[in-house]
Design a protein around this ligand. Sequence first.
Ligand SMILES: C[S@@+](CC[C@H](N)C(=O)[O-])C[C@H]1O[C@@H](n2cnc3c(N)ncnc32)[C@H](O)[C@@H]1O
Length: 218
Amino acid sequence: MGLQPLLAAVLSRWVRQPVWWLPVHLAFLPAVFLASALNLPSWIYLLGFSLLLSVFWGCAKGDVPLFLSSVAVGDELAGVIEREGAVSLIDLGAGVGSVVIPVAKQFPNLKITAVERAPIPYLILSWRCRQLNNITVRREDFWSCCLEGYDIVFAFLSPSVMQRLDEKCQNEINAKTGLLVSSSFPLPNRAVASVVGVGQSALKLYCYRFGRSSSFYS
Ligand SMILES: C[S@@+](CC[C@H](N)C(=O)[O-])C[C@H]1O[C@@H](n2cnc3c(N)ncnc32)[C@H](O)[C@@H]1O
């Protein structure tokens, strides 16, 4: 039993997993033995699995998991909204509303659409937005939402979907008025229109306009 966690930790470093995986590998098997020694009823495991599934809904199929933006991201996005004079915004994968709720409170005239499809985040989001008349919460796959007509498209996703997002934005965002604001992850093949720093952190908001001339390769 002592060997397996060590072996997993060494292999993890060998395949260059991020360093935070180390404690996970080291603690996993001891945790399994500890849990089985507790003789918990099996429904507890089913409950735990169901809760995780309801939060990280589409991850097994490649959806981006839930990570929450900080307050500073909402603050910087507010600056972009002001500069753009935006009247509408969509958050692709709104999570529990960490960005849309502060922004909706700051801009009561901004029409916000918050799209989220994982059940528990969606329920929390809907509950938190219940008194905010300028937010519409939709339980949908954002890949099927049309982005035409939004002044700002906000996304905090993952590097693995950025190329697909670029193609979607190129086809749907209005070239004159629309702006994609991508938190943390740049589009791989497109010239950025502006980059906004977020507080003291290394985090950035990458802003893109669309239209033929703005792509590196098209
Ligand atoms: C990294 S979190 C960002 C949450 C929020 N925008 C924020 O900044 O705090 C990504 C969210 O997108 C949701 N998501 C991922 N793929 C989705 C899809 N295809 N349709 C709708 N929501 C999706 C996830 O459930 C997750 O809540």
